[in-house]
Write a protein of this length. Structure first.
Lengths: 171, 185
C-alpha cells in the first residue's frame, strides 16, 4: 500500500476534479483526504490517496489532464498518525489594510507560544486583508499571554485581531 | 416594535464606508436622540439603506459617523419570520438572547466576502427612538434578530468577520443583489 500526496494547481475549468478522480480510480488509488478551492481564480487542489500504484504510474495517468494549463505533482508520503489536539482549539481572526508580513508576524507569535495552525484561510479583497486561522494551543501554553501578544503585534501592524475558543460541542 | 417611529426629516444618501476603514473598528459613542444632527443622521441612514439593493440594515459607522445609531428593515425578506417594519434605534443593546443558529451574512462595508456567523435567533433589544428619545424594547426572532445583532455589532466596532465560525467559514461573494443568497447589512 502506497500513500501519495498530489497537488493540482492552474487554470480553472469545469471537469478537473472529475478527470483527476477518474485517473486515480483507474490506477486503483483511493482518494482519502482532499481540499480544493479557488485561490484568486486559480484552481488549487491537494489530496492524499492510497493504493497499490506508485507515483510514476499515477503521474502518467494524470498527465492527459495537464494540457498546458495545470501543474500536477505526485510524491510518496509516509503514513501520519491522526493526532488529537492536546489542548484547546482557538480561532484567530485578523482583518485590516493589506501590508507585507501580516501572516508571517502573527503566525510567528502563534508558533512562539507553541500553537499549531491546523487550518488557515486568507483573503485579499481590494485593500482589505482577512486571515482566519484555527490554532491548537497546548494545555501548557499561557493563553492570556498569547492573546496579549497577538493584540500587541496586530496593533503594530494596524489590523484588528481576535482570538476565541472554537465551539466543540459533542452532541 | 409596539411604538410608532417618529416622522424623520428628508434623508440624504451617503457614501458607505468599506473595510479596512478604521472607523469600522471603533466602539461608537452614545448619542442624544433629540439632537437635530442625530435625527438627521437617522434619516440619512434610512435613505441610504433604501437606495442600496439587498440592504436590510445600516449603522452609523458605515457612513463614517462613530455614533450608536442604526436602522433595519427586513420586511419582505424571504428569511423573515417576525418583522417590526422599519426600525431606527439609538444607544441599543441586547438584553436577552437565546437559541443560536448559523447563517451566512454579507455586509455593504465588506462587499466582496460573506461569512458563516452564529447568532441568537430570539433576542430582546433595548434602545431609544430618534427625536423623542423614548426607550423601547423590541423582542424578535430569526432574520430580524440577526440583522439587529449585525447592526449593534457595527455600533460596537465589530464586523461579521470577527464572528465567523471557522477557518473555512469565509466565502467570496458570488451572487450580487440576491437577498436570499446572503444577508446584506
Amino acid at each position: 500500500m502506497t500513500s501519495l500526496a498530489i497537488t493540482v494547481v492552474g487554470h480553472d475549468r469545469p471537469g478537473i476534479i472529475a478527470e483527476a478522480a477518474e485517473a486515480l480510480s483507474h490506477c486503483g488509488m483511493n482518494l482519502e483526504d482532499s481540499s480544493m478551492t479557488l485561490l484568486r481564480g486559480h484552481f488549487a487542489m491537494t489530496l492524499i490517496c492510497a493504493g497499490a500504484a506508485d507515483s510514476a504510474e499515477v503521474e502518467a495517468a494524470l498527465q492527459p489532464m495537464v494540457n498546458g494549463s495545470l501543474e500536477v505533482t505526485v510524491r510518496e508520503v509516509p503514513d501520519e498518525p491522526d493526532l488529537l489536539p492536546l489542548g484547546s482549539t482557538y480561532l484567530v481572526t485578523v482583518h485590516g489594510a493589506d501590508r507585507l508580513g501580516i501572516v508571517a508576524r502573527l503566525a510567528g507569535v502563534i508558533a512562539e507560544a507553541g500553537g499549531n495552525i491546523t487550518d488557515l484561510t486568507t483573503r485579499l479583497s481590494g485593500p482589505l486583508y482577512v486571515l482566519l486561522a484555527e490554532v491548537d494551543v497546548p494545555r501548557t501554553a499561557d493563553v492570556e499571554a498569547l492573546q496579549a501578544r497577538l493584540a500587541e503585534v496586530s496593533t503594530d501592524l494596524g489590523v484588528d485581531a481576535t482570538m476565541r475558543l472554537l465551539d466543540n460541542d459533542q452532541l | 416594535m409596539n411604538v410608532t417611529l417618529p416622522t424623520l426629516p428628508q434623508g440624504r444618501v451617503l457614501d458607505v464606508i468599506r473595510a479596512p476603514s478604521p472607523i469600522l473598528s471603533v466602539s461608537a459613542a452614545l448619542v442624544d436622540p433629540t439632537h437635530p444632527a442625530v435625527v438627521q443622521l437617522c434619516a440619512d441612514l434610512v435613505a441610504t439603506m433604501r437606495v442600496s439593493p439587498g440592504c436590510v440594515g445600516l449603522a452609523a459607522p458605515q457612513v463614517g459617523v462613530a455614533a450608536q445609531a442604526f436602522c433595519v428593515d427586513v420586511s419582505g425578506h424571504p428569511k423573515t419570520r417576525t418583522s417590526n417594519g422599519l426600525i431606527v434605534l439609538l444607544n441599543a443593546e441586547i438584553v436577552e438572547a437565546s437559541r443560536n443558529d448559523k447563517g451566512r451574512e454579507g455586509c455593504m462595508s465588506v462587499p466582496d466576502l460573506t461569512g458563516d456567523v452564529k447568532r441568537a435567533t430570539r433576542i430582546t433589544v433595548a434602545g431609544q427612538l430618534p427625536l423623542s428619545g423614548e426607550r423601547v424594547l423590541i423582542t424578535t426572532d430569526a432574520f430580524e434578530a440577526r440583522a439587529l445583532q449585525h447592526e449593534i455589532d457595527h455600533c460596537n466596532g465589530m464586523l461579521f468577520l470577527d464572528r465567523v465560525t471557522g477557518a473555512h467559514a469565509l466565502h467570496a461573494r458570488k451572487v450580487y443583489l440576491n437577498p436570499a443568497a446572503s444577508d446584506g447589512c
